[in-house]
Design a protein around this ligand. Structure first.
Ligand code: SF4
Length: 106
């Protein structure tokens, strides 16, 4: 399982830039660049969630990934040692991305 650091601090699962969800799905089945990927598990945090969000951030996480053009994609599972999800002011999943994506096309 990859180590995950996530800058999408507006996500309900984000705990000090770690993810508390347990598993995530990265989308972007036709992605050729990092910008064309997204974290499909992103869920915007409301101000109410801020005070009562649950769970604990984990350093490693199971990542299902649809971005089959990525060099780290192994049968729809991420095989990278470490990934970084970006999107510090995201309100929607489309505004996040996997910054570690690297295209096999290069
Ligand atoms: S590094 Fe590649 S395989 Fe891993 S989550 Fe990011 S896009 Fe998917």
């Amino acid at each position: 399982m990859p180590m995950l650091s996530c800058s999408a601090i507006t996500c309900v699962y984000n705990k000090d830039e770690l993810c508390s969800k347990g598993d995530i799905t990265v989308g972007g089945s036709n992605a050729k660049t990092s910008d064309e990927t997204c974290c499909e598990s992103f869920k915007e945090r409301t101000s109410q969630d801020y005070s009562n969000s649950e769970g604990k951030g984990c350093k490693t996480i199971k990542v299902d990934c649809e971005a089959q053009e990525c060099v780290y994609n192994d049968n729809c599972k991420c095989d990278a040692a470490k990934i970084g999800i970006g999107g510090s002011s995201a309100c929607r999943c489309e505004e996040t991305k996997c910054g570690t994506f690297q295209c096999t096309c290069k």
